[in-house]
Every structure is written in structure tokens, then in C-alpha cells.
Design a binder for this molecule. Structure first.
Ligand code: FAD
Length: 419
């Protein structure tokens, strides 16, 4: 008898979602016992106490929102902070191409929400702490594991005994320890771009819209946060990002104001700035004996279209379907035959998204002037061709493709392109 059915390493957004999904899955009746290991607890966030903004924010798709609702963690987000956006403007800064997406075009109340990463983690954690079949072990990290008959023995960081499970899941991010311990190779390619992210206070209140401009130096994005706050992302080469990081607040604000459209109004205050290297990576396998990888442990994508965490959430939901089916049928949930179903499902879909985002990067990269007319025409066509535009929107909303149960259950009253 193993201590747990599933041990998940990494209590970030994706690992926490998997724990909540497996523990609350209809039909399993809380029969799976789950351990979630996290080595660093998220900073607390007390609603009403004007907590500091997390510099890491994500644009959540409708599919991801449905998952939060279905595991009972969406209210935990709303009670803290989430900013819905109903429009998305994408244009080419060097030519005349532009596309304006509106939620009304796909009968959705909004296109998505901008949510701080820490808020997502905390909302899921609140939910997990109400579930008897989940143990949240923090701060704990995985040191190693061995395969034994019918399971894995996981060696934990100092002071914690080893635990056994039928299935070990790596949700431990881009530098995944589980992936290395399992000997799974990863194909990684750094982009010659870094992202400079800044949290700002704006003069105007937020306008329900995300802005993305493609410049010869790289994309620039403006994401609304609640009230008069916003997150700005500038993609540039490393040198330029370093220069921007080291400017005084006043000079930085001046440059930002010049770069972003006038409609956004002025910047009142800079709260924080940070930078991240950008890379695409794909694990050669998502599974091996008794091990599965999800989220950034399995893949990272260029963040220009805000898809990274949304893809990871779909991995968590798909793995939940596969584990639930195996468990209900009395099969071994860590068996390769079962896990292969997960790998076939998600690796194919993620490969497509990695290629699409890589294509965007190359079409808009600084040296891509030869593509200028084509990409401008493509943006204009996407804007005027109704069915094509709706297809692209459903793709971004996460409501197309083979949706796992958790992601489709609550599109109640919302028309998806699967209907
Ligand atoms: C600039 C930028 C902007 C982005 N914007 C968006 C966006 O708008 N929308 C979007 O969908 N995505 C976006 N992304 C991508 C998104 O941030 C990632 O895809 C997401 O964080 C992946 O979540 P995860 O839970 O898989 O991994 P992580 O967030 O990396 O979480 C991994 C967790 O595992 C823990 N951990 C690691 N090792 C161990 C160990 N050995 N033992 C125990 N715990 C461990 C870590 O502490 C962490 O909590 C962006 C990324 C960047 C760089």
C-alpha cells in the first residue's frame, strides 16, 4: 500500500490545479490521496489590506477560468484581485495592420482576466486546505526518487521522511528536478529577447482592453490590472532591457509614455520592474515509468500571446481525465499504458502552440522587414474575416481543440465553437 496515489512536485499554479482537480473529481468520491510538495510558500495576500502587486501576472483564458470554477477556487481569485478584459487590440507599429478583438463577437462576457500569479496560487491553496485527501507539504522539495514494485519512493528534503506513491508528477517549472531525475531530455532554444515587466499606476482607470503593438525591436504589451494599475511588458534584446532596468524611475516613465499609445493616458507612478529571459522548450517525453510532466516542466513558450499557464492548466485537466478513467476502470494509474494517453493528447496540442508562437516571433522579429506587408495584410484579414477571426479568438480563449472535462464543464450559457 502506497502512502499516496499521486505525489505532485511543485505547488505553483499548475501543480496546485492538478491537486485540486484530482481531489475533487466527480465520480472519484475523494478516493485518491494526494501530496503536493512546494519548496516556497507564496507571500500572503490579505484582501482589503492593499497588498503589493505581484510582478508576475497572467492572462487567463475562459478555459482556465472554467477550471478554477469547477474546482471551487474561482471565488478565491475574485475575492482577492482579478481584472476582466473585453477587448484586445493588436497592431503592427511599422505598418497599417491591426486587429481588434471584442468578446461580443464570440458571445462571451469577457475575453479573459489578468490575474497575479500569486493570487491564483493562493486561491487554489485555500481550496486545497479544505480537502481531507490532500496533504500540502511546504517548504519541502524532492531530492530523488526510486522505482519500486507498484510505485515510487520519493526522498524529501531534510527533516521529512520518504513517501511512496503510484504516480509522481513534475509540476516544478522550467528547471524541473523531476524531469532531470527521470532522465527526460528537453529541447531548449533561448530567444535573443528578454522581457522587461513593469507594474505601474496609471492616470486613467483601466479600460477593459489589452494592447499589443509589434515594433521592430520586439512586441510591447499593456495589460490592465484593477483600478488605476497596469502591467507593461516590453520585449527587447538583453542590452536594451538592462538599460531600461537601470534608468531612474522618472526617465523610465518618460520612455514608457512615449512608447505606448496616447489613449492609455499618462503613468502616475512606477511600482516595480523586473526582467525575464525568454526561451522555448519542449520535453522529449511527457512521461516515463510512473512519472508525468505538466506545465512549464513539460514546455515553455514565448509569452507574447500569454498562453504558457493556460497550456499548463490544460495539461493538468487532461492528466486528471486519464488518471480518473484509469482509476475507475481499476487500472494502475501510474502504468505506462495509461500515461501514454496523456502524452499523446497533450504533447501534440502543445507542439502546435509552440510552433504557432514561434511563427509569430519570426514574423514580427526585428529583421523580418521582408514580411512586413504580409503580416500587416494578415492582421487586416484577421480583423475583417468573421469566421477566421472567431476561430483565432476561440483558439486564444482555450475553447477549441480536444477539451478535457474540467475545462469544458462550465461553459454554461456560453457558445463555444464545439457546439
Ligand atoms: C514575462 C512572462 C510573462 C508571462 N505571461 C503569461 C501570460 O500572460 N499568460 C500565461 O498563460 N502565461 C504567461 N507566462 C508563462 C507562465 O508564467 C508560466 O507558464 C507559468 O508560470 C507556469 O506555471 P507552472 O506552475 O508550470 O510553473 P511555475 O510557475 O514555475 O511553478 C513551479 C513551482 O514549483 C516549485 N518547485 C520547483 N522545484 C521544486 C522542487 N524541487 N520541490 C518542490 N517545489 C519545487 C516552485 O517553487 C514553483 O512554485 C509568462 C511568462 C513570462 C516569463
Amino acid at each position: 500500500m502506497n502512502d499516496y496515489d499521486v505525489v505532485i512536485v511543485g505547488g505553483g499554479m499548475v501543480g496546485s490545479m492538478l491537486a485540486a482537480a484530482l481531489a475533487t473529481r466527480d465520480g472519484l468520491g475523494a478516493s485518491l490521496k494526494i501530496a503536493l510538495l512546494e519548496n516556497r510558500a507564496p507571500e500572503p495576500f490579505e484582501p482589503g489590506s492593499d497588498p503589493k502587486y505581484d510582478i508576475r501576472v497572467s492572462a487567463l483564458s475562459a478555459a482556465t477560468q472554467a477550471m478554477f470554477e469547477n474546482v471551487g477556487a474561482w471565488q478565491g481569485i475574485v475575492n482577492r484581485r482579478a481584472c476582466p478584459y473585453r477587448e484586445m487590440l493588436v497592431w503592427d507599429g511599422e505598418a497599417h495592420g491591426r486587429t481588434h478583438f471584442k468578446s461580443s463577437e464570440v458571445n462571451m462576457p469577457e475575453l479573459g482576466h489578468i490575474v497575479e500569479n500569486r493570487v491564483m496560487q493562493l486561491a487554489l491553496l485555500d481550496r486545497l486546505l479544505t480537502l481531507d485527501n490532500v496533504d500540502y507539504l511546504c517548504p519541502v522539495s524532492l531530492q530523488g526518487y526510486q522505482l519500486v514494485d507498484q510505485g515510487v519512493v520519493c526522498d524529501l528534503s531534510d527533516g521529512h521522511k520518504s513517501i511512496t506513491a503510484s504516480l509522481l508528477v513534475g509540476a516544478d517549472g522550467a528547471q524541473s528536478t523531476v524531469r532531470s531525475l527521470a532522465g527526460i531530455e528537453v529541447e531548449r532554444q533561448a530567444y535573443p529577447q528578454h522581457a522587461l515587466v513593469a507594474t505601474i499606476q496609471t492616470v486613467l482607470p483601466q479600460q477593459d482592453i489589452t494592447w499589443q503593438r509589434f515594433q521592430p525591436t520586439g512586441p510591447e504589451a499593456f495589460l490592465p490590472l484593477c483600478g488605476n494599475f497596469a502591467s507593461m511588458v516590453w520585449y527587447h534584446d538583453e542590452e536594451e532591457v538592462d538599460r531600461l532596468r537601470n534608468l531612474s524611475d522618472e526617465d523610465f516613465i518618460d520612455e514608457m509614455e512615449q512608447a505606448f499609445p496616447e489613449e492609455l493616458g499618462g503613468i502616475h507612478k512606477l511600482l516595480e520592474r523586473g526582467s525575464f529571459p525568454i526561451a522555448k522548450a519542449h520535453a522529449e517525453h511527457y512521461i516515463t515509468d510512473r512519472v508525468a510532466l505538466i506545465g512549464d516542466a513539460a514546455h515553455t513558450v514565448h509569452p507574447l500571446a500569454g498562453q504558457g499557464v493556460n497550456l499548463g492548466m490544460l495539461d493538468a485537466a487532461a492528466l486528471t481525465d486519464v488518471v480518473a478513467d484509469a482509476h475507475s476502470a481499476g487500472h494502475d494509474i501510474g502504468g505506462r499504458r495509461q500515461l501514454r494517453k496523456y502524452e499523446r493528447w497533450r504533447r501534440g496540442e502543445n507542439s502546435i502552440m509552440i510552433s504557432v508562437l514561434d511563427g509569430f516571433y519570426h514574423a514580427f522579429k526585428p529583421q523580418a522587414t521582408a514580411f512586413q506587408k504580409v503580416r500587416s495584410a494578415a492582421l487586416n484579414i484577421a480583423d475583417s474575416a468573421g469566421p477566421l477571426k472567431r476561430f483565432v479568438m476561440h483558439y486564444a480563449l482555450g475553447t477549441s481543440g480536444q477539451l478535457p472535462t474540467l475545462a469544458k464543464k462550465s461553459f454554461k450559457g456560453i457558445r463555444s465553437n464545439q457546439e
